[in-house]
Unconditional design. Sequence first.
Length: 282
Amino acid sequence: MISNTQLELTAYKIRKHAIDGVYNAASGHPGGSLSIADILSVLYFDEMRVDASNPQDPDRDRFVLSKGHCAPALYGALAEKGFFPKEDIVTLRKADSYLQGHPDMKGVPGVDMSTGSLGQGICAANGMALAAKLDGKDYRVYTILGDGELEEGQVWEAAMFAPHYKLDNLVAFVDFNGLQIDGDIREVMNPTPIDKKFEAFGWNVIVIDAHNYDQIKSALKNAKETKGKPTMVVAKSIKGKGVSYMENNAAWHGNAPKEADYITACNELEAKIKELEEKVNG
């Protein structure tokens, strides 16, 4: 069993990949990429049934990044898992690169759904989960939404759909960092209370700290034990987690760091990676 320290180490490597990609592209979305790294680490390295040598395995678990603009984090997780070379991260958003600014299921090994238009990812995840039920398959479907994404109407259509079809093989996370490109989500178009709303739609709802590995694992265990309804994990997170000047700062939702800021970010992330590697190697 992989330890929490190992999972945290992987999460910080994912964060470093995300920063490297966005910096070299001079474009992208670092803030929300950093806030979901811990969830991605648990999903890809402790929870999901996936195999980098067989990315199209029909019996694999599926993952949909509904907040597709945070592809840098997903690419970091896939690279760490071995779906493609880590060296390719720095080609993000380049004209001749397969690593587009949003996930592309046709071009990137390990990407199960092309996303980017907010709200569509959770709808696709619903379809995948229903397909598993209809086909008598036991694979599970996971998705991550942004909290600002909850302002999209089709999210709430999906919120009705999943409980209606008793999709207990579906687990959705809301990355609840409280900030979107225009600022505080409560001031832009308030979707709170998120937990109560999904409960009203018939979901099994769990509220956790998005950076606490025991809580992430416990939520996933609870979801597997819950029958007859989908699970929504409201994950309270820190936008820009791991880079001091990006934390809780909406300005870094969609801005790439310049050289000086990039160096600062790298120094902070590399120091944390070194610290965690020393703990793991003990």
